[in-house]
Design a binder for this molecule. Structure first.
Ligand SMILES: NC(=O)c1ccc[n+]([C@@H]2O[C@H](COP(=O)([O-])OP(=O)(O)OC[C@H]3O[C@@H](n4cnc5c(N)ncnc54)[C@H](O)[C@@H]3O)[C@@H](O)[C@H]2O)c1
Length: 308
Protein backbone atom coordinates (compact mmCIF):
# COMPACT_ATOMS: atom_id res chain seq x y z
CA UNK A 1 0.00 0.00 0.00
CA UNK A 2 1.40 3.38 -1.02
CA UNK A 3 0.34 6.85 -0.02
CA UNK A 4 -0.37 8.85 -3.17
CA UNK A 5 -1.03 12.51 -3.66
CA UNK A 6 -3.02 12.66 -6.89
CA UNK A 7 -3.76 16.04 -8.45
CA UNK A 8 -6.69 16.54 -10.83
CA UNK A 9 -8.33 13.36 -9.55
CA UNK A 10 -11.83 14.73 -10.13
CA UNK A 11 -11.11 15.11 -13.85
CA UNK A 12 -11.54 12.53 -16.57
CA UNK A 13 -8.35 10.43 -16.48
CA UNK A 14 -7.52 11.33 -12.87
CA UNK A 15 -10.86 9.93 -11.69
CA UNK A 16 -10.16 6.58 -13.37
CA UNK A 17 -6.77 6.58 -11.70
CA UNK A 18 -8.09 7.39 -8.20
CA UNK A 19 -10.75 4.68 -8.52
CA UNK A 20 -8.18 2.09 -9.61
CA UNK A 21 -5.61 3.09 -6.99
CA UNK A 22 -8.21 2.83 -4.19
CA UNK A 23 -9.33 -0.58 -5.47
CA UNK A 24 -5.69 -1.72 -5.38
CA UNK A 25 -5.48 -0.70 -1.72
CA UNK A 26 -3.52 2.55 -2.02
CA UNK A 27 -4.22 5.62 0.04
CA UNK A 28 -5.15 8.70 -2.04
CA UNK A 29 -5.10 12.40 -1.22
CA UNK A 30 -6.76 14.07 -4.19
CA UNK A 31 -5.85 17.73 -4.69
CA UNK A 32 -8.27 19.19 -7.21
CA UNK A 33 -9.63 22.71 -7.39
CA UNK A 34 -12.75 21.49 -9.21
CA UNK A 35 -12.83 23.46 -12.44
CA UNK A 36 -15.67 23.08 -14.97
CA UNK A 37 -14.03 19.79 -16.09
CA UNK A 38 -14.32 18.08 -12.68
CA UNK A 39 -16.80 15.21 -12.58
CA UNK A 40 -19.83 15.45 -10.32
CA UNK A 41 -20.81 11.79 -10.56
CA UNK A 42 -17.95 10.10 -8.72
CA UNK A 43 -18.64 7.46 -6.11
CA UNK A 44 -15.29 7.27 -4.32
CA UNK A 45 -15.77 10.25 -1.97
CA UNK A 46 -16.81 8.09 0.99
CA UNK A 47 -14.24 5.38 0.48
CA UNK A 48 -11.78 4.56 3.18
CA UNK A 49 -8.26 5.81 2.45
CA UNK A 50 -9.56 8.71 0.35
CA UNK A 51 -9.45 12.42 1.00
CA UNK A 52 -10.23 15.35 -1.28
CA UNK A 53 -8.45 18.64 -0.75
CA UNK A 54 -10.03 21.41 -2.76
CA UNK A 55 -7.04 23.53 -3.74
CA UNK A 56 -5.15 24.93 -6.68
CA UNK A 57 -1.78 23.23 -7.17
CA UNK A 58 -0.25 26.70 -7.60
CA UNK A 59 -1.35 27.70 -4.09
CA UNK A 60 -0.11 24.66 -2.16
CA UNK A 61 2.41 25.70 0.50
CA UNK A 62 3.53 22.24 1.55
CA UNK A 63 3.03 18.59 0.70
CA UNK A 64 1.18 16.11 2.90
CA UNK A 65 3.44 14.11 5.22
CA UNK A 66 4.68 10.66 4.23
CA UNK A 67 3.63 10.69 0.57
CA UNK A 68 5.38 8.12 -1.66
CA UNK A 69 4.27 9.51 -5.03
CA UNK A 70 2.72 12.65 -6.45
CA UNK A 71 0.77 11.81 -9.62
CA UNK A 72 0.05 15.07 -11.38
CA UNK A 73 -2.99 15.01 -13.67
CA UNK A 74 -4.12 18.56 -12.83
CA UNK A 75 -4.14 20.67 -15.97
CA UNK A 76 -6.21 22.64 -18.37
CA UNK A 77 -6.63 20.05 -21.10
CA UNK A 78 -8.68 21.31 -24.03
CA UNK A 79 -6.74 22.59 -27.06
CA UNK A 80 -9.59 24.78 -28.39
CA UNK A 81 -9.80 26.62 -25.07
CA UNK A 82 -6.04 27.16 -25.08
CA UNK A 83 -6.25 28.89 -28.45
CA UNK A 84 -9.03 31.23 -27.28
CA UNK A 85 -7.57 32.07 -23.84
CA UNK A 86 -4.20 30.66 -22.83
CA UNK A 87 -3.67 32.23 -19.36
CA UNK A 88 -5.22 29.38 -17.36
CA UNK A 89 -3.09 26.93 -19.34
CA UNK A 90 0.12 28.69 -18.36
CA UNK A 91 -1.12 28.95 -14.77
CA UNK A 92 -2.05 25.31 -14.15
CA UNK A 93 0.17 23.50 -16.64
CA UNK A 94 3.42 25.42 -16.09
CA UNK A 95 3.20 27.41 -12.84
CA UNK A 96 1.41 24.52 -11.15
CA UNK A 97 4.18 22.09 -12.08
CA UNK A 98 6.83 24.61 -11.02
CA UNK A 99 5.18 24.92 -7.59
CA UNK A 100 4.94 21.15 -7.14
CA UNK A 101 8.61 20.71 -8.11
CA UNK A 102 9.64 23.36 -5.61
CA UNK A 103 7.57 21.67 -2.89
CA UNK A 104 9.30 18.35 -3.61
CA UNK A 105 12.68 20.13 -3.59
CA UNK A 106 11.89 21.69 -0.20
CA UNK A 107 11.61 18.23 1.34
CA UNK A 108 14.55 16.48 2.92
CA UNK A 109 16.28 14.30 0.28
CA UNK A 110 15.39 11.16 2.21
CA UNK A 111 11.71 12.07 2.36
CA UNK A 112 10.98 13.16 -1.22
CA UNK A 113 8.03 11.62 -3.06
CA UNK A 114 8.54 10.59 -6.68
CA UNK A 115 6.96 13.24 -8.88
CA UNK A 116 5.07 11.43 -11.66
CA UNK A 117 3.91 13.91 -14.26
CA UNK A 118 1.14 13.10 -16.73
CA UNK A 119 2.13 14.59 -20.05
CA UNK A 120 0.91 14.01 -23.59
CA UNK A 121 1.96 12.74 -27.01
CA UNK A 122 1.12 16.23 -28.27
CA UNK A 123 4.45 17.56 -26.94
CA UNK A 124 6.23 15.87 -29.87
CA UNK A 125 4.05 17.62 -32.44
CA UNK A 126 2.99 16.20 -35.75
CA UNK A 127 4.50 13.03 -37.17
CA UNK A 128 4.03 12.16 -40.85
CA UNK A 129 5.24 8.58 -40.48
CA UNK A 130 6.64 6.26 -37.83
CA UNK A 131 6.32 6.83 -34.09
CA UNK A 132 8.22 9.14 -31.78
CA UNK A 133 10.28 7.60 -29.00
CA UNK A 134 10.91 9.19 -25.63
CA UNK A 135 14.23 10.51 -26.99
CA UNK A 136 12.69 12.59 -29.76
CA UNK A 137 12.67 16.35 -29.55
CA UNK A 138 9.66 18.31 -28.37
CA UNK A 139 7.93 20.34 -31.06
CA UNK A 140 4.55 21.54 -29.76
CA UNK A 141 2.09 23.26 -32.10
CA UNK A 142 -0.53 24.94 -29.91
CA UNK A 143 -0.70 26.72 -26.54
CA UNK A 144 -1.92 23.57 -24.74
CA UNK A 145 0.90 21.34 -25.98
CA UNK A 146 3.42 24.18 -25.54
CA UNK A 147 2.54 24.46 -21.84
CA UNK A 148 2.75 20.67 -21.45
CA UNK A 149 6.16 20.64 -23.18
CA UNK A 150 7.32 23.52 -20.98
CA UNK A 151 6.38 21.50 -17.89
CA UNK A 152 8.28 18.45 -19.19
CA UNK A 153 11.35 20.62 -19.67
CA UNK A 154 11.08 22.10 -16.17
CA UNK A 155 10.90 18.60 -14.74
CA UNK A 156 14.03 17.47 -16.62
CA UNK A 157 15.90 20.60 -15.51
CA UNK A 158 14.90 20.08 -11.87
CA UNK A 159 15.91 16.42 -12.13
CA UNK A 160 19.38 17.21 -13.44
CA UNK A 161 20.10 20.21 -11.23
CA UNK A 162 18.50 19.26 -7.94
CA UNK A 163 18.41 15.47 -8.30
CA UNK A 164 14.62 15.31 -7.90
CA UNK A 165 13.03 11.88 -8.30
CA UNK A 166 10.73 12.36 -11.29
CA UNK A 167 8.99 10.37 -14.00
CA UNK A 168 7.15 11.67 -17.09
CA UNK A 169 4.31 9.71 -18.72
CA UNK A 170 3.28 10.82 -22.22
CA UNK A 171 0.04 9.25 -23.30
CA UNK A 172 -1.98 9.50 -26.48
CA UNK A 173 -5.60 10.59 -26.86
CA UNK A 174 -7.76 9.01 -24.12
CA UNK A 175 -11.42 8.07 -24.35
CA UNK A 176 -13.99 6.77 -21.88
CA UNK A 177 -17.16 7.58 -20.02
CA UNK A 178 -16.86 10.71 -17.87
CA UNK A 179 -14.87 12.78 -20.33
CA UNK A 180 -16.15 16.34 -20.48
CA UNK A 181 -18.24 16.77 -23.63
CA UNK A 182 -15.87 19.25 -25.22
CA UNK A 183 -13.58 16.43 -26.36
CA UNK A 184 -14.29 14.68 -29.63
CA UNK A 185 -16.00 11.40 -28.77
CA UNK A 186 -17.98 12.68 -25.78
CA UNK A 187 -19.07 15.73 -27.78
CA UNK A 188 -20.04 13.60 -30.77
CA UNK A 189 -22.26 11.36 -28.61
CA UNK A 190 -23.75 14.44 -26.95
CA UNK A 191 -24.51 16.25 -30.22
CA UNK A 192 -25.85 13.22 -32.06
CA UNK A 193 -28.06 12.10 -29.16
CA UNK A 194 -29.51 15.61 -29.10
CA UNK A 195 -30.32 15.50 -32.81
CA UNK A 196 -27.53 17.88 -33.82
CA UNK A 197 -24.84 17.39 -36.42
CA UNK A 198 -21.41 17.15 -34.82
CA UNK A 199 -18.97 19.83 -36.00
CA UNK A 200 -15.62 18.64 -37.32
CA UNK A 201 -12.63 20.92 -37.78
CA UNK A 202 -11.34 20.89 -41.37
CA UNK A 203 -11.89 17.60 -43.17
CA UNK A 204 -11.21 15.48 -40.07
CA UNK A 205 -8.49 13.43 -41.74
CA UNK A 206 -5.84 14.21 -39.12
CA UNK A 207 -4.90 11.07 -37.28
CA UNK A 208 -4.70 10.23 -33.57
CA UNK A 209 -4.01 7.15 -31.46
CA UNK A 210 -6.92 6.22 -29.19
CA UNK A 211 -6.45 4.78 -25.72
CA UNK A 212 -9.07 3.75 -23.16
CA UNK A 213 -8.52 5.77 -19.95
CA UNK A 214 -8.73 2.59 -17.86
CA UNK A 215 -5.85 1.07 -19.85
CA UNK A 216 -3.84 4.28 -19.47
CA UNK A 217 -4.30 4.20 -15.68
CA UNK A 218 -3.23 0.55 -15.51
CA UNK A 219 -0.02 1.64 -17.27
CA UNK A 220 0.53 4.51 -14.83
CA UNK A 221 0.01 2.25 -11.80
CA UNK A 222 2.43 -0.27 -13.28
CA UNK A 223 4.97 2.51 -13.76
CA UNK A 224 4.69 3.44 -10.07
CA UNK A 225 5.60 -0.14 -9.29
CA UNK A 226 8.10 -1.05 -11.99
CA UNK A 227 9.06 2.15 -13.82
CA UNK A 228 12.52 3.64 -13.39
CA UNK A 229 12.74 6.94 -11.60
CA UNK A 230 14.19 9.63 -13.88
CA UNK A 231 12.70 8.10 -17.03
CA UNK A 232 10.09 9.14 -19.58
CA UNK A 233 7.47 6.64 -20.78
CA UNK A 234 5.16 6.94 -23.77
CA UNK A 235 1.80 5.19 -23.36
CA UNK A 236 -0.32 4.39 -26.39
CA UNK A 237 -2.63 1.74 -27.77
CA UNK A 238 -1.15 2.44 -31.22
CA UNK A 239 -4.75 2.08 -32.44
CA UNK A 240 -4.80 4.79 -35.05
CA UNK A 241 -7.91 6.40 -36.58
CA UNK A 242 -8.52 9.75 -38.17
CA UNK A 243 -10.85 12.02 -36.25
CA UNK A 244 -13.60 11.61 -38.83
CA UNK A 245 -13.21 7.81 -38.80
CA UNK A 246 -13.59 7.75 -35.00
CA UNK A 247 -16.58 10.11 -35.13
CA UNK A 248 -18.22 8.01 -37.85
CA UNK A 249 -17.79 4.95 -35.61
CA UNK A 250 -19.78 6.79 -32.93
CA UNK A 251 -22.56 7.66 -35.41
CA UNK A 252 -22.74 4.05 -36.58
CA UNK A 253 -22.90 2.82 -32.95
CA UNK A 254 -25.88 5.13 -32.40
CA UNK A 255 -27.55 3.64 -35.48
CA UNK A 256 -27.26 6.92 -37.42
CA UNK A 257 -26.13 7.50 -40.98
CA UNK A 258 -22.53 8.75 -40.72
CA UNK A 259 -22.97 10.68 -43.99
CA UNK A 260 -25.74 12.75 -42.36
CA UNK A 261 -24.15 13.24 -38.94
CA UNK A 262 -21.43 15.86 -39.39
CA UNK A 263 -20.92 19.51 -40.32
CA UNK A 264 -17.45 20.59 -41.36
CA UNK A 265 -16.13 23.91 -40.02
CA UNK A 266 -12.81 25.74 -40.62
CA UNK A 267 -9.81 23.90 -39.25
CA UNK A 268 -8.25 25.19 -36.07
CA UNK A 269 -4.86 26.88 -36.27
CA UNK A 270 -1.94 24.68 -35.24
CA UNK A 271 -3.77 21.46 -36.12
CA UNK A 272 -1.32 18.56 -36.12
CA UNK A 273 -1.80 16.03 -38.92
CA UNK A 274 -0.81 12.95 -37.00
CA UNK A 275 0.39 11.87 -33.56
CA UNK A 276 2.05 8.55 -32.95
CA UNK A 277 4.31 7.37 -30.16
CA UNK A 278 6.43 4.28 -29.70
CA UNK A 279 5.58 2.73 -26.34
CA UNK A 280 7.86 -0.31 -26.36
CA UNK A 281 9.44 0.88 -23.08
CA UNK A 282 6.22 0.55 -21.08
CA UNK A 283 5.20 -2.60 -22.96
CA UNK A 284 8.55 -4.18 -21.97
CA UNK A 285 7.46 -3.80 -18.33
CA UNK A 286 4.43 -6.00 -19.03
CA UNK A 287 1.70 -3.50 -19.95
CA UNK A 288 -0.63 -3.89 -22.91
CA UNK A 289 -3.98 -2.19 -23.57
CA UNK A 290 -7.03 -4.43 -23.24
CA UNK A 291 -9.69 -2.25 -24.85
CA UNK A 292 -10.32 -1.14 -28.43
CA UNK A 293 -12.50 1.70 -29.57
CA UNK A 294 -14.88 -0.57 -31.46
CA UNK A 295 -15.35 -2.77 -28.39
CA UNK A 296 -15.88 0.13 -26.00
CA UNK A 297 -18.24 2.34 -28.03
CA UNK A 298 -21.49 0.39 -27.37
CA UNK A 299 -20.79 0.51 -23.61
CA UNK A 300 -19.87 4.19 -23.83
CA UNK A 301 -23.15 4.99 -25.58
CA UNK A 302 -25.11 2.87 -23.09
CA UNK A 303 -23.58 4.71 -20.11
CA UNK A 304 -24.20 8.07 -21.75
CA UNK A 305 -27.85 7.29 -22.45
CA UNK A 306 -28.32 5.98 -18.92
CA UNK A 307 -27.06 9.28 -17.51
CA UNK A 308 -29.06 11.47 -19.87
N1 LIG B 1 -7.59 13.67 -22.20
C1 LIG B 1 -6.61 13.16 -22.93
O1 LIG B 1 -6.85 12.54 -23.97
C2 LIG B 1 -5.17 13.30 -22.49
C3 LIG B 1 -4.17 12.68 -23.27
C4 LIG B 1 -2.85 12.77 -22.83
C5 LIG B 1 -2.54 13.46 -21.67
N2 LIG B 1 -3.52 14.08 -20.95
C6 LIG B 1 -3.15 14.77 -19.70
O2 LIG B 1 -3.78 14.05 -18.65
C7 LIG B 1 -4.13 14.95 -17.60
C8 LIG B 1 -5.61 14.78 -17.27
O3 LIG B 1 -6.37 15.06 -18.45
P1 LIG B 1 -7.96 15.01 -18.40
O4 LIG B 1 -8.44 14.89 -19.79
O5 LIG B 1 -8.38 14.05 -17.37
O6 LIG B 1 -8.27 16.50 -17.89
P2 LIG B 1 -9.63 17.13 -17.36
O7 LIG B 1 -9.68 18.51 -17.95
O8 LIG B 1 -10.76 16.21 -17.57
O9 LIG B 1 -9.41 17.23 -15.76
C9 LIG B 1 -8.46 18.07 -15.20
C10 LIG B 1 -8.70 18.10 -13.69
O10 LIG B 1 -7.67 18.91 -13.11
C11 LIG B 1 -8.25 19.84 -12.21
N3 LIG B 1 -7.40 21.05 -12.22
C12 LIG B 1 -7.12 21.84 -13.29
N4 LIG B 1 -6.28 22.81 -12.94
C13 LIG B 1 -6.00 22.63 -11.62
C14 LIG B 1 -5.20 23.32 -10.67
N5 LIG B 1 -4.50 24.41 -11.03
N6 LIG B 1 -5.15 22.86 -9.42
C15 LIG B 1 -5.87 21.77 -9.03
N7 LIG B 1 -6.68 21.09 -9.88
C16 LIG B 1 -6.73 21.52 -11.16
C17 LIG B 1 -9.65 20.10 -12.74
O11 LIG B 1 -10.54 20.55 -11.72
C18 LIG B 1 -10.04 18.73 -13.29
O12 LIG B 1 -10.68 17.95 -12.32
C19 LIG B 1 -3.77 16.35 -18.09
O13 LIG B 1 -2.53 16.69 -17.53
C20 LIG B 1 -3.65 16.19 -19.59
O14 LIG B 1 -2.72 17.11 -20.13
C21 LIG B 1 -4.83 14.01 -21.34
Amino acid sequence: MKRLMVTGGLGFIGSYFVDLALKRGHQVINVDKATYAARGDLDFHDRENYEHVRADICDLKHLPVGVDFIVNFAAESHVDNSILANQDFFHSNVRGVYNLLELVRAKDETDRPVFVHISTDEVYGTNQEGSYTELDRLNPSNPYSATKAAADQLILGWKHTYGLPVMIVRSCNNYGYGQYPEKLLAKTIDFLLNGKRMTIHGDGTYRREWLYAGDNCEAILLLLEKGHVGEIYNVSSNEEHSVIEAARMVAATLGLDPDESFAFIPNRPGQDLRYSVDCSKVRALGWAPKMTLATYLPEYVRLYKQRA
